[in-house]
Design a protein around this ligand. Structure first.
Ligand SMILES: *Cc1c(COP(=O)(O)O)cnc(C)c1O
Length: 417
């Protein structure tokens, strides 16, 4: 967003809010394209593929945009499988991660012919074997290794420590490779890791990559061919002034160094890094309220629209659309209308004084924003727009009340189970 003009890619936020209402998710197509191209360029020369983590932002238009740039998908549910396929992502370019894949989801993924499962437990191997055998097909799988490194990020988005539910230790993975004959409908020939999200330092990534590389060499020496190493996602972004996120070149250099000599395919699964900074949540000030101890800025967006501050104590820069010239500075607690104290976007935030009706942009909202939204407090899901070149496309219409309650039924038909 250009703060001085209040525009995104030539579209005025004031006009956009007048047309589409608030709260409104606004994504910049050029910004997303810029990121995916930067990553592609950084990985050039490697036999590498991008598998975008759909959970970061699964809007079909965003998926299509990324697919047009050559990205595949990293999915974690049957719903995400359908989203990816519907966006035109080739099944072969889809990898399926997650600790709790159900039989139905595994079957759907095999029916679609996805490229690879990232397997997280022996029970999952057995399930994939059983379902693949019933279908008479062979599933391709990587083992998700838990490298037991501290990703130096928020505990709720740290996934690579021994106490986390994700992946398996190398000892267990070794036993799977040695005993792979017991899963005849499974080709176990890959390694996978994903140590956490919003990583601002590459040091934990380097450490985990080194452990993965050592394990790959050990497996190859033992006669197990490794065709794919998936290094996961997790690349952090700049949510606040002064934060420095790793860039694509540095990240690619770390991968090149650790996996030098690897002859198979390398996969990366970025989510946040591709879309977070390309999006903002546009919201209107409902009112200002002077509490006994705090001054509150009450917005028409709430924790149901953007959960990250409540869930992770996450920081988002918040700017007044129209600027701050000539306005006194105020320390606001920026809150939503939801009936929870946790419905707080920022505490004691230094901002220009805002009036009721002003527009405020919550920045860095392109990832884990709309995709984590709910209708809590019976607040309909926000609309989403994609912006480019002075124009915008409505890529999700604002949910109306009827749509919000469409699946509810009165209890007038009783059945026995
Ligand atoms: C969530 C997730 C990602 C993406 O994480 P980001 O931090 O958004 O890059 C990648 N791989 C797996 C397995 C995930 O669960």
């Amino acid at each position: 967003m250009d703060a001085t003009t209040g525009t995104v890619d030539g579209v005025a936020l004031v006009a956009l809010a007048a047309r589409e209402g608030t709260p409104l998710y606004v994504y910049s197509a050029p910004a997303i394209r810029g990121r995916v191209r930067a990553l592609r360029d950084a990985l050039a020369g490697l036999d590498a593929g991008i598998r975008y983590a759909v959970k970061a932002n699964g809007n079909g238009a965003i998926l299509q945009l990324l697919a047009a740039e050559g990205a595949g998908a990293d999915i974690v549910s049957g719903g995400e499988l359908q989203r990816a396929l519907r966006a035109g992502i080739a099944a072969a370019d889809i990898v399926f991660s997650g600790v709790g894949k159900t039989d139905v989801e595994i079957d759907a993924a095999l029916a679609a012919g996805i490229g690879r499962f990232n397997v997280e437990s022996r029970a999952e191997l057995d399930a994939i074997q059983r379902i693949a055998a019933a279908r008479g097909c062979t599933a391709v799988a990587s083992v998700r290794i838990n490298p037991d490194v501290d990703a130096l990020t928020h505990a709720k988005i740290s996934t690579g420590k021994a106490e986390n539910k994700f992946g398996v230790p190398t000892d267990e993975a070794r036993a799977w490779f040695d005993g792979a004959a017991q899963w005849p409908n499974l080709r176990l020939d890959g390694l996978h890791m994903h140590i956490g999200s919003q990583l601002l330092s590459l040091q934990p990534v380097r450490e985990a990559l080194q452990r993965m590389a050592a394990f790959w060499r050990e497996l190859e020496a033992a006669g197990h061919a490794i065709a794919s190493i998936d290094v996961g996602g997790g690349l952090g972004v700049r949510y606040r002034d002064g934060e420095v996120a790793p860039d694509a070149a540095e990240y690619a250099a770390a991968i090149r160094e650790a996996l030098a000599g690897f002859g198979g395919r390398i996969l990366v699964e970025p989510g946040r890094w591709l879309v977070a900074e390309a999006g903002l949540l546009l919201t209107r000030v409902v009112l200002e309220k002077q509490g006994r101890a705090r001054r509150f800025l009450v917005l028409d967006a709430g924790m149901n629209d953007l959960l990250r501050p409540s869930l992770y104590e996450a920081w988002h820069d918040i700017v007044r659309v129209g600027g701050d010239v000539g306005r006194e500075r105020v320390a606001y607690d920026v809150v939503g209308p939801v009936c929870e104290t946790g419905d707080t976007f920022a505490r004691q935030r230094d901002m220009p004084r805002c009036d009721a009706g002003d527009l405020v942009a919550i920045l860095g909202a392109g990832a884990y924003g709309a995709s984590m939204a709910s209708t809590y407090n019976s607040r309909p899901l926000a609309a989403e727009v994609l912006v480019e070149d002075g124009r915008y496309a409505l890529i999700r219409k604002r949910q109306d009340f009827d749509a919000m309650i469409a699946d509810e039924r009165p209890a007038n038909e009783w059945k026995s189970a």
